[in-house]
Design a protein around this ligand. Structure first.
Ligand SMILES: Cc1ncc(COP(=O)(O)O)c(C=O)c1O
Length: 482
């Protein structure tokens, strides 16, 4: 006999997944051609349905090769890439100089776990010397973004001797056991049932998502009410954070995404970030900026937090460090980085030499080709184009962007701001059909996020905007958004 508890769990799990048959139907209905179908059928036959591909796209494109900011699938269809593999491919595809640097390192030695090498020492120097902050810095290497976050959490607790990490609703910091506790996605929690995220010393506060302020305020007349609320938590002994009588603060760090990426490319007001740093200084805990997605030049400065004029105690970075090879890092104050001893953290593929060689070349190109200036200029141009679309399309509730980190939020009605989630999913599929790859996200599944390789050209931006214009028009007609 099935108990009510068992019935509920089974029903919940059913709602959380799609059947293999429905994924197969998507392939047959939407794949771009026969070769794509063949690969996708094989994928569904041999790979778990737990991967992200079919969650991101109704039918994922099967990429064969790319050049600059354009990708080609196995059927020869071209796509303007407004995704960059979640910001990994910063300098675009088939970047020969980086590929040569990677190959040269591969020909010398591919990997020897954790031993010092010239390429990693040089990349450490470049990261340290290019990171803001009037203090000595060092780096610690890892492989994935999630692992860099784990190191930052461990290090913050080790250094301060305190347990709590503060983060925001909507933050994404990875899916490893510790980082998952910081990540707010409800579906991830469900996938770990019956064991919840293991790290319980975590406090989540609302993110300044000003278009839909959790406190019902308007920015800037709110005068950062949300930051005041956070600070108020230190006044009482009943919030975990602080024991005012004994003058004991329990917080090791605030670990935040300065701009929330996986939650829809939401740009926090810069004064808010400054206030968070001031509060961290006042109560003596660390400020950690997770730049795994927003960093490495994407916003027009090396790190997103640089826009706020804040020097973080620790920065986590990954994805884009080596234009496609796995590499991650924590950059931080020397006294924190040197507070633990040899072997405190390790992983076999840490500081993968070929990735470090690619990273060194990437820095060289950033400087030589003035990549950050290009990002600022192209980003402003793209943002102007999106604001122009907003004047003509009633579904465009919110537009924000800094550098080539842009997003739009689609609503059924600009007055009520009712999210147009289904329409957004439909638009995403049409964009793919029309040859534009981007992703959708958002607290309400209604934001389209734009993060092309930083070398995208104006002609590609123009073409993407034209296609977006057409697709939004079709979508508004279909979903009766006036
Ligand atoms: C801000 C941020 N932190 C951490 C991670 C986790 O990185 P990884 O997927 O390499 O573990 C991500 C991944 O999207 C991210 O966007």
């Amino acid at each position: 006999m099935v108990t009510p508890f068992e019935k509920r769990i089974l029903e919940e799990r059913q709602r959380m997944r799609e059947s293999l048959e429905s994924l197969q139907a998507r392939v047959e209905n939407f794949a771009s051609g026969d070769k794509s179908k063949e690969v996708l059928r094989k994928t569904l036959q041999y790979e778990s349905t737990g991967h992200l591909d079919f969650a991101l796209f109704p039918c994922p494109p099967v990429i064969d090769h790319g050049k600059g900011a354009t990708l080609y699938d196995v059927d020869g269809k071209a796509y303007i890439d407004l995704h960059a593999g979640f910001t990994v491919n910063v300098l675009g595809y088939a970047q020969q100089e980086i590929n040569e640097a990677i190959k040269a390192q591969m020909d010398k030695v591919i990997q020897f776990a954790e031993l010092p090498m010239e390429s990693r020492a040089e990349l450490a120097r470049l990261l340290v010397e290019n990171t803001a902050g009037d203090f000595e810095k060092k780096v610690m290497w890892a492989v994935t973004g999630g692992e860099a976050v784990e190191i930052a959490m461990k290090l913050a607790r080790w250094y301060t001797g305190k347990p709590l990490i503060v983060t925001h609703w909507g933050d994404y910091h990875g899916r490893t056991a510790g980082a998952m506790g910081l990540t707010s996605k409800a579906f991830m929690m469900a996938y770990s049932y019956p064991i919840p995220p293991m790290d319980t010393a975590i406090v989540k506060i609302p993110f300044p998502y000003c278009y839909r302020c959790p406190f019902g305020k308007e920015y800037p007349s709110c005068d950062l009410f949300c930051a005041d609320q956070f600070e108020k938590m230190f006044e009482s002994k009943e919030t975990w954070l602080n024991n005012p009588k004994a003058k004991v603060v329990n917080v090791a760090a605030i670990l935040i995404e300065p701009f929330q990426s996986s939650a829809g490319y939401l740009i926090a007001p810069l004064p808010y970030l400054k206030r968070m740093k001031e509060i961290a200084e006042r109560y003596d805990f660390l400020f950690i900026s997770d730049e795994v997605q927003s960093g490495m030049g994407r916003t027009g400065k090396l790190w997103a937090i640089d826009h706020a004029g804040v020097a973080a105690d620790l920065i986590t970075a990954a994805k884009s460090l080596a234009n496609g090879l796995p590499l991650s890092v924590v950059i931080g104050r020397q006294e924190i980085m040197d507070s633990w001893g040899p072997g405190a953290h390790s992983s076999t593929f840490t500081a993968y030499p070929a990735a470090c060689a690619g990273g060194v070349k990437l820095f060289e190109i950033f400087e030589r080709d003035h990549i950050l200036d290009h990002v600022t200029e192209k980003g402003a141009y793209f943002l102007d184009g999106l604001l122009d679309l907003q004047r003509r399309h009633p579904s465009l509730g919110h537009v924000n962007g800094l550098g080539l980190y842009l997003s739009i939020e689609l609503v059924k009605d600009r007055q009520t701001k009712e999210p147009a989630a289904e329409a957004t999913g439909w638009a995403l599929r049409r964009l793919l059909e029309e040859g534009v790859i981007c992703i959708y996200s958002g607290y309400y599944y209604n934001r389209l996020c734009i993060a092309p390789p930083l070398v995208i050209q104006k002609e590609e931006i123009n073409r993407a905007l034209q296609i977006l214009d057409r697709v939004l028009g079709e979508m508004e007609k279909r979903y009766e958004i006036h």
